[in-house]
Design a protein around this ligand. Structure first.
Ligand SMILES: N[C@@H](CCC(=O)N[C@@H](CS)C(=O)NCC(=O)O)C(=O)O
Length: 220
């Protein structure tokens, strides 16, 4: 029997679920997955009924109840410290940029919603989204320059919780194709090729088309 349950939303759309799922899988937790098709929210939605905060991801594990993606990452790192880098300096930076991701980039998130498999080239390039894009490129560039020697990820050869936090941004960049530096593109390719990210995409592609929401498929 599994040690708990991870509640996630439609894989095609749910960027926060993707992050939480990656953290849980990186940590190797044995949990059953429950996918709740997203319907656009509301107090009577299934997500609202089945989770404390009315949001996914939501993790129940060995009696612990964890919501908020950044808290799920921290919980997973308690059980598998390799989710954060080894040195205090790198670990601090990983937490800082993950917190910045968790709290920010609203312009990008609104204009370029995650829609895996959609051809959105050229869409969503509002000025706010492009400001966020530039900031994210800078974070990735500086992080990799300082901590990423010897591997394709933010902190080198190990895909960690910080990469998980930014994986849906990679998905957005690959969908909407804003103008990006060569170093950004090579990071995006590495993240997209990671086996867990690839598994998430493959499972998203198998979701019923009835789960699709016109709002995400056609806008902005
Ligand atoms: N701050 C939350 C945000 C989670 C969130 O907004 N999740 C969306 C799906 S990506 C959600 O559950 N929305 C409610 C719904 O669609 O019913 C976190 O970090 O986990």
């Amino acid at each position: 029997m599994a040690d708990g349950t991870l509640f996630i939303g439609t894989r095609r759309y749910s960027s926060w679920s993707m992050r939480g799922w990656l953290a849980v899988r990186l940590a190797g937790l044995d949990v059953e997955e429950v996918v709740i098709p997203l319907t656009g929210g509301g107090s009577d939605s299934e997500v609202a009924r089945r989770t404390p905060s009315g949001t996914v991801p939501y993790l129940e594990h060995n009696g612990n109840r964890v919501w908020e993606t950044i808290a799920i990452c921290e919980y997973c790192a308690e059980l598998n410290p390799a989710l954060w880098p080894e040195t205090l300096e790198a670990r601090t930076h990983a937490r800082v940029i993950s917190a910045e991701m968790h709290a920010g980039f609203r312009g990008l998130r609104q204009a370029m919603p995650m829609v895996l498999g959609r051809d959105g080239a050229g869409h969503g390039q509002t000025s706010d989204a492009l400001v966020d894009t530039a900031r994210i490129e800078r974070i990735w560039r500086e992080t990799r320059a300082q901590f990423g020697a010897g591997g394709p990820y933010l902190f080198g050869g190990t895909f960690n919780a910080a990469d998980a936090m930014f994986a849906p941004v990679v998905a957005r960049f690959l969908t909407y194709l804003p103008q990006l530096g060569a170093d950004t593109l090579s990071y995006c390719e590495a993240v997209r090729a990671h086996p867990l990210v690839d598994q998430w995409y493959a499972q998203a592609a198998e979701e019923p088309v009835e789960w699709r929401l016109a709002h995400y498929e056609t806008s902005p």
